[in-house]
Structures are given as structure tokens and as C-alpha cells.
Design a protein around this ligand. Structure first.
Ligand SMILES: [Zn+2]
Ligand SMILES: [Zn+2]
Length: 344
């Protein structure tokens, strides 16, 4: 099959013929890919930032946002059949450890992460497990929803945590309306009655935010904190959902957070520097978010099937993977990049 592999850090990927994955365990599922999302993490992998953390051996196939059709199943697989349309939860999990039994798939003690620690989805076929596949309505096309497997799932996971504090009359501030942010806005709209305020420097991103559910949008003009405090009775918002995590977003976000409010960290890069006396006297919370559970993904797919969440994408043939990565790196990619392997 055709696959795009990383042979050496800092080099472009090599599109080449490699052996097809084989069923080796009773719960294995092999998926014929209909689309694989390109993520900023793929750029970081190519740059070598994940080399030590993942311990992966080169060469290997990148791609951790995958959807397609079931191609082959192990002898014990009963939840999907060959031909089913599926989106693939990013982790292959054991189902037996404490985290798995609590439904916390991301922290499975025995996980594999295709596209990060083993071969992923920039290929015709991907090996995963029965526990990772979410069966979809056949009307959903994998290339339209593949990026929901990671980018969308992370946004959904954070918004779901915020739902418990976003009652009628509350406000949520979304920092960053890009790849993840535009999904977070749609999830907020679908799942909470909160007023949604979106901050983004790009006029185009703010226009999109307004179309998909933002009640107000604010640019970055040096007065954005004051503007938002004015919109929130001078007290700030109950929830700050930060998809940026650097370049001033954190300082702004903390200044816009209401007493007893919660700050959801999704974008990352810089540090949160808040005196502990402020954390206790204001009773403010900082909450980390990593991917999401299998159930989160299944719920997000329900919102998608209902038309409440749609993903803006640009498709590339798998052979053009290096062009797509250059476009992502250069800020020329509109929406989420999706790689599509043509069946041989
Ligand atoms: Zn990703
Ligand atoms: Zn486990």
C-alpha cells in the first residue's frame, strides 16, 4: 500500500509502497482510510519534538486523525463489520486498566497511539482495535469528519467540562477561532445557553465565528480585556476556553476570568503565572484538556450527524503530504488539512 513515512527528523516525508498491516490479535480492526487530518503535532513530530516522548522507531507512518471504512476484523470483533463507516479514536486502549475502566481512554496505562508511537493513517490502511472505532451513519464521508477524531474531540472534551458551570445568563470567552476553536464555538452553541464571546486577531476567523454561533466577536487591539470586562458587568466571564496558550492569550484570559470562574487550557506553549493568593482569594480554577474519551467522540459524532458541528476542510492527495505540511506551516491552509489516499 501507499504510505507517507518519516525516515529522518527534519526531512520531508517519503511517499512509498510499504507492507499492509496484518490482523495479529482477536480485537484488531484494519480500517481503509477515507481521510486523515493533518495536525500541527505532525509538524512538531517532523521537527523531532516528540522523539523522546513517543520513543517511536523510524521510519514510521504519521497521521492520528483518522476515519474510513472497516477493511478487516479480528476473530473477536463484534461491534463493527467489514464495510462499516468509522471514525477512529486516536488511542488503542487495553480496556482492562483502571483508567480504561473509568472511561478515561486517554490515560490508558497500556496505550498505543497510531501516528505518534506506531504507524498511523497517512496511508491506505490503518491498524487499530475494536475499542477505538466509532461506527458512523454511512451518509457521513470520512474525509469530511476525520479531523474530529483529534482536533474536534479535544475541543468537545473541554466544552463538555465547561457545561456544568455555563448556566443561562453566564458567559464563555473563546480565545482563538482557528482549527480547534471553530469546533469549540459550535459545541458551546449546541450544548450550553451561555453567551459566547470570541477573541481572534483574524477578521476572517471572527466572521466565521459569527456565522457558527458566536454572540460577540472581539479583535486584538490592546483594549480587548477592557472590552470584554465591559461586556460582562466589569466582572469577567465564568468560563475562559483558551485554544491559544501563548502570545499574551493567558494574561488576557486570566484578566477576563470572573471570580470562581474556570480557565480551560487547550492551546499550549507558554506558562500560567498566577499568584497562589489570587487563586485562593478569587477561587479560580485552571483545567487541562487532552484529547477526549471514546464516549466524547461518539457524542461529538452525534452532534455532527445532527448538523450542529461542521468542519471546514481542505483536501490534499496523500502524495502531496509535504505540500500540505508546508501550507500548514506557512499559514496558507484554509480550515483543517485532510489527506486522502487513492485506493490502489
Ligand atoms: Zn492532532
Ligand atoms: Zn487501559
Amino acid at each position: 500500500m501507499i504510505a507517507a513515512r518519516l525516515h529522518r527528523y527534519h526531512d520531508p516525508l517519503t511517499v512509498e509502497q510499504i507492507a499492509e498491516p496484518q490482523i495479529t490479535g482477536p480485537h484488531d480492526v484494519i480500517v481503509r482510510l477515507g481521510g486523515a487530518g493533518l495536525c500541527r503535532t505532525d509538524l512538531h513530530i517532523q521537527e523531532g519534538q516528540w522523539a523522546e516522548k513517543s520513543g517511536v522507531e523510524l521510519p514510521y507512518v504519521l497521521g492520528h486523525e483518522n476515519a474510513g471504512w472497516v477493511h478487516e476484523i479480528g476473530s473477536a470483533v463484534s461491534n463493527v463489520e467489514v464495510g462499516d463507516t468509522v471514525i477512529v479514536h486516536p488511542l488503542v486502549t487495553c480496556g482492562l486498566c483502571r483508567a480504561c475502566r473509568a472511561g478515561d481512554d486517554v490515560h490508558c496505562e497500556n496505550n498505543l497511539f497510531p501516528g505518534i508511537s506506531v504507524d498511523g493513517g497517512f496511508a491506505e490502511l490503518l491498524k487499530t482495535s475494536a475499542r477505538a472505532v466509532v461506527k458512523l451513519d454511512p451518509s457521513l464521508h470520512p474525509k469530511d469528519i476525520a479531523a474530529l477524531a483529534d482536533a474536534g474531540l479535544t475541543a468537545y472534551h473541554a466544552v463538555k467540562k465547561a457545561v456544568s458551570i455555563l448556566h443561562p445568563g453566564t458567559r464563555a470567552v473563546v480565545i482563538g477561532a482557528g482549527g480547534l476553536g471553530h469546533i469549540g464555538i459550535q459545541c458551546l452553541k449546541a450544548m450550553t445557553p451561555a453567551e459566547i464571546i470570541v477573541i481572534d486577531p483574524s477578521e476572517q476567523a471572527r466572521a466565521l465565528a459569527g456565522e457558527i454561533g458566536a454572540d460577540h466577536t472581539v479583535g486584538i487591539d490592546g483594549k480587548q480585556v477592557d472590552t470584554i470586562l465591559e461586556m460582562t458587568d466589569g466582572r469577567g466571564a465564568e468560563a475562559i476556553i483558551d485554544f491559544v496558550g501563548e502570545k499574551g492569550a493567558i494574561e488576557d484570559g486570566v484578566a477576563m476570568l470572573r471570580n470562581a470562574g474556570s480557565y480551560y487550557v487547550i492551546g499550549y506553549g507558554e506558562n500560567i503565572n498566577v499568584p497562589t493568593i489570587d487563586i485562593i482569594s478569587r477561587e479560580i480554577n485552571f483545567i487541562g484538556n487532552l484529547v477526549g474519551s471514546y464516549n466524547d467522540l461518539a457524542e461529538l459524532m452525534t452532534l455532527t450527524a445532527q448538523g450542529k458541528v461542521t468542519l471546514h476542510t481542505s483536501a490534499y492527495p496523500l502524495e502531496a503530504v509535504n505540500d500540505a505540511m508546508a501550507d500548514l506551516d506557512g499559514g496558507r491552509l484554509q480550515g483543517r488539512g485532510i489527506l486522502v489516499a487513492e485506493a490502489a
